[in-house]
Design a protein around this ligand. Structure first.
Ligand code: ZN
Ligand code: ZN
Ligand code: ZN
Ligand code: ZN
Length: 392
């Protein structure tokens, strides 16, 4: 399957051979290429450790535009597996736009005309401002403003409340406003999303009819970003941390399934539907998801999907080839980034190593090669330097 990234997404760089070379090149001038092969082509030492990259060493640029498309594609360059994986990792770290990969996989409508785009834009911005309002209410505990702020009236029916001669009142835990007993009667008690997000406090509190209606209308909306609202929660809630790790794995393994046969990708999408964000934006939750974290049902579901996905990769001839070889040891074994317990990924270039090898070495050989190459290039660019240093 071929998929696309938007134009100008320069930050998305892969770990494949071609990606690395293009990255190392000073420009894309025609005279830097000879028969389609850059004059800067380095020894294999400069290349990454993915099996795809290793394979590519033997068939240098054999298929000229297989990995990187020419500009004839209207949607931007075709992305190699290495690029997809790398951008997946960057997205995981919150460096990327959350739905970027979802769009890359063709779930967005690419055929919009410009006019439609404009209409879409204004609808989108309205939608996003409504969403951010709801997200804010889901994540922030409102302060009580005092009865005078409400003019001593019920926030719903406007009946006079407060004071010894007037009707009694209660506070709704959703909006911290005051309501008459009539308007609180049907609300009952529920756990309050903002208190769960802030303190993992699941105590049930009284809410107004209006508060319950709002809660019911919004509890399924995935608008709570734990990383941006309260990342400490991962440390304090083991089940949430376990969910984060499972979703990270799912995110990584999805790169394999989405670059496999279309039927495999489709099957994976179906398994996640309608919660695509579980893999594309791993810190995003609806309040219902947080309830499922607490009950354990989300962890069970994620484990089930993961088990199915990883066993596909291990047994699929296409997916197996997209594994990595650890450059730090001589063990002849294919390793995968989604095995997060046994592998380590370089934070800079996203090469994959055994976790024990990484612990002993502590330095990424690929980054080291790149650093040396940059240094040699800087020396070569220096007009005062007459030595030819651009040698492998
Ligand atoms: Zn009322
Ligand atoms: Zn496969
Ligand atoms: Zn190793
Ligand atoms: Zn590295």
């Amino acid at each position: 399957m071929r998929f696309f990234i938007p134009r100008g997404a320069d930050s998305i760089l892969g770990t494949s051979l071609r990606d690395e070379l293009l990255e190392a090149l000073p420009s894309t001038d025609n005279d830097t290429f000879e028969n389609g092969i850059p004059k800067y082509v380095q020894s294999p030492g400069l290349m990454g450790n993915s099996l795809a990259a290793i394979g590519a060493r033997h068939q240098m640029w054999e298929s000229n535009s297989d990995h990187l498309s020419s500009s004839s594609e209207s949607c931007g360059p075709v992305v190699s597996f290495g690029q997809a994986l790398r951008s997946a990792m960057e997205a995981r770290d919150g460096l990327d736009e959350p739905n970027m990969m979802a769009e890359s996989f063709g779930t967005s409508n690419q055929d919009l005309t410009e006019n439609d785009d404009a209409v879409e834009d204004s609808t989108d911005s309205r939608k996003s401002s409504v969403s951010s309002e709801i997200a804010d209410k889901l994540c922030r505990i409102p302060r009580e403003q005092g009865l005078d702020a409400q003019d001593f009236r019920c926030a719903m029916c406007r009946k006079t409340i407060g004071g010894s001669f007037f009707a009694k009142f209660e506070t709704c835990a959703i909006d911290s406003k005051y309501y008459c007993p009539e308007c609180m009667k049907a609300g009952g008690k529920i756990p309050i999303p903002a208190r769960v997000v802030m303190d993992w406090d699941w105590r049930e509190r009284a809410v107004s009819d209006r508060g319950r209606a709002w809660y019911e209308a919004n509890q399924e909306k995935a608008l709570i970003n734990i990383k941006t609202t309260n990342p400490r929660l991962y440390k304090h809630v083991p089940a949430l941390e376990e969910t984060r790790q499972l979703r990270e794995k799912l995110h990584l393994v999805s790169m394999y399934l989405f670059t496999c046969r279309e039927s495999v990708a489709e099957d994976f999408r179906r398994r996640l539907w309608p919660k695509e964000y579980l893999r594309s934006d791993i810190h995003l939750y609806s309040f219902a998801d947080l309830m499922d974290v607490k009950s354990g049902s989300l962890i069970r579901r994620l484990k089930h999907i993961l088990k199915h996905s990883t066993s596909h990769v291990m047994s699929c001839t296409l997916c197996k080839q997209k594994g990595f070889c650890c450059e730090l040891c001589t063990v002849n074994e294919v390793i995968y980034p989604f095995n997060t317990e046994s592998t380590h990924r370089c934070d800079v270039c996203f090469s994959v190593f055994h976790v024990e090898c990484w612990r002993t070495s502590g330095e990424c050989p690929k980054c080291l090669r790149r650093k040396n190459f940059e240094a040699r290039r800087a020396q070569a660019d220096d007009p005062n330097n007459t030595l030819l240093v651009l040698q492998p």
